[in-house]
Design a protein around this ligand. Structure first.
Ligand code: PMP
Length: 420
C-alpha cells in the first residue's frame, strides 16, 4: 500500500476506491470468479460492487472470457472499422429502439460529455440542467453538485474547473419537478438539455417518483430542449431496455457504459437519427477516439448482452428481492431505523427514518454507521460498496447461498456496528 501511495494519488486510480468514506486502506484483489472476489492474501468476498455495475454476469463469465480471448487473438486494435461494431450497435438499437444511431466511446464520461456537446449544437443553446447528486462522470461542466466520489468527499465542485465551465450548468433537486418547471419558466429558451440518471445510482439508489421522468419529458418538449438519459448504470441493468424501457419514457439521447462493455472500457451515446447525424464526419459536432470501438471491449460487451436473456433478468429480480427482504429483516431485528431503496438488481441501505428521495435526504442518513457496518461485512467475507452513497449490485452469478451469506453477515455486522 505504501508503494502504491508513493506512485498514485492515495494509491488508487479512481478516488472512490480509496475507502475515504469508510476509513481504512483499500483491499488489493488478485482474482474474481462468479460472484466472488479473492484478495492477495487469499480471503474471499461475496462481491456486491461488481466493478461498480458492469459485471452483470459476474466475474470471468466463460462466454465473455472466450469472446475476449478470441478477439485478442485477431489483434487488439485496428483503428479502423470492424464487424464487432455493427453487431454491438445492432444489439443496442434492437433493445432500445429510441436509439436509432450511436457512437462508441471509451467511458461513461466521454459519453455524457459528447451527448452534451451534441445537445448544445443541435439546439443552439448553452445551458444544461442537471440534478443534485446525479453523477455523469468527471466532465468539467457536469462536476456541479455531483454524486459518487464527489459527494463522498463533500466537494461541491472540483478544483481546476474554471467558473466559466460551469456557468451554464443549472442544478435542481432530483425528483422535484416543480423546481424544474420553475427553472424552465424563467430560462427555458436558453436550456439545451436536461441530463438525468433516470434511476439515481450515485447518491445511493434513488428511484424516480411517479411522474418525475414523464414530467421531464413534457417540460423539455414544451421548451424545445432535449432530454438526455444517462443510463451508464441503468442501461441493460434495470431492464433489457434500461430505465427508458422500464418507465416507458422516450429520451432524445441516451448515454451508456458499464454493462455494454462487460468489464472492459466502453461507453456509447446515441439517440434520434436527426441528432446523431450531426456528429462528425456527417455533421459539425466533433468527437473522436483512437481506441473507440476497440474490438476486445466490444467483444466483451456483445458477449455480455447476448447472455442477458429474459430468464436472467427474472432471476436477477428474484435474487435481489430475496436480498432486499433479508436486509430489511436484519435491520428490523436490530431495531435500527433504515430505508432500503431497490430497482431491479440495484439496491441501497440508508440508515434514516425518512424516505430517501433526493440528495438532501440521502445526505441526512447515518453514514458513520454504514462505515462501521462496511468493515464488519469485510471481516465476514462480503464486499459492499465503500460508501453509503453508492449502489449495491447483484449479478447473475450470485447464487442463493451467497445471498444468504450476505444477509447473515449483514445482521452480524450491523449488531456489532451498533455496539461500537
Ligand atoms: N454516468 C453515470 C450514471 C455513472 O454512474 C458513471 C460512473 N460511475 C459515469 C457516468 C461515468 O462513467 P465512467 O466512470 O466510465 O467515466
Amino acid at each position: 500500500m505504501d508503494q502504491a501511495k508513493d506512485l498514485m494519488p492515495a494509491g488508487v486510480n479512481c478516488p472512490v476506491r480509496a475507502f475515504g468514506a469508510v476509513g481504512g486502506d483499500p483491499i488489493y484483489f488478485a482474482k474474481g470468479e462468479g460472484a466472488l472476489l479473492t484478495d492477495v492474501d487469499g480471503n474471499t468476498y461475496v462481491d456486491h460492487v461488481c466493478s461498480w455495475g458492469p459485471l452483470i454476469l459476474g466475474h470471468c463469465h466463460p462466454g465473455v472470457i472466450t469472446a475476449v480471448e478470441e478477439a485478442a487473438s485477431r489483434g487488439t486494435s485496428y483503428g479502423a472499422p470492424h464487424e464487432g461494431e455493427i453487431l454491438l450497435a445492432q444489439t443496442i438499437v434492437q433493445a432500445m429502439p429510441w436509439i436509432q444511431m450511436l457512437r462508441c466511446v471509451n467511458s461513461g464520461t466521454e459519453a455524457t460529455m459528447s451527448a452534451i456537446r451534441l445537445a448544445r449544437a443541435a439546439t443552439g443553446r448553452d445551458r444544461i440542467l442537471k440534478f443534485e447528486g446525479n453523477y455523469h462522470g468527471h466532465v468539467d461542466s457536469l462536476l456541479v453538485k455531483a454524486g459518487s466520489g464527489v459527494a463522498t468527499f463533500g466537494l461541491p465542485d472540483s478544483a481546476g474547473v474554471p467558473e466559466a465551465m460551469t456557468r451554464d450548468t443549472l442544478v435542481a433537486p432530483f425528483n422535484h419537478l416543480d423546481v424544474v418547471e420553475e427553472i424552465f419558466t424563467q430560462q427555458g429558451e436558453s436550456i439545451a438539455a436536461v441530463i438525468v440518471e433516470p434511476v439515481a445510482g450515485n447518491m445511493g439508489v434513488v428511484p424516480p417518483r411517479d411522474g418525475f421522468l414523464r414530467g421531464l419529458r413534457e417540460v423539455t418538449e414544451r421548451h424545445g430542449a432535449l432530454l438526455i438519459f444517462d443510463e451508464v448504470i441503468t442501461g441493460f441493468r434495470v431492464s433489457p431496455s434500461g430505465a427508458a424501457g422500464l418507465y416507458q419514457i422516450t429520451p432524445d439521447l441516451v448515454c451508456l457504459g458499464k454493462t455494454i462493455g462487460g468489464g472492459l472500457p466502453v461507453g456509447a451515446y446515441g439517440g434520434r437519427r436527426d441528432l446523431m447525424e450531426q456528429v462528425a464526419p456527417l455533421g459539425p459536432v466533433y468527437q473522436a477516439g483512437t481506441l473507440s470501438g476497440n474490438p476486445l471491449a466490444l467483444a466483451a460487451g456483445l458477449a455480455t448482452l447476448e447472455n442477458l436473456s429474459r430468464e436472467v433478468y427474472e432471476e436477477l429480480e428474484r435474487k435481489s428481492a430475496v436480498l432486499e427482504q433479508g436486509l430489511t429483516a436484519a435491520v428490523s431485528n436490530c431495531g435500527v431505523k433504515a430505508h432500503l431503496n431497490r430497482v431491479g438488481s440495484m439496491l441501497s441501505v440508508f440508515f434514516t427514518d425518512r424516505q430517501v428521495e433526493d440528495n438532501e435526504t440521502a445526505f441526512s442518513t447515518d453514514r458513520d454507521l454504514y462505515g462501521r457496518l462496511f468493515h464488519g461485512l469485510l471481516k465476514r467475507g462480503v464486499y459492499p460498496p465503500p460508501s453509503a452513497l453508492e449502489t449495491w449490485f447483484v449479478s447473475a452469478a450470485h447464487d442463493d447461498s451467497q445471498i444468504e451469506h450476505t444477509v447473515k453477515a449483514f445482521q452480524a455486522a450491523l449488531e456489532e456496528a451498533l455496539n461500537n
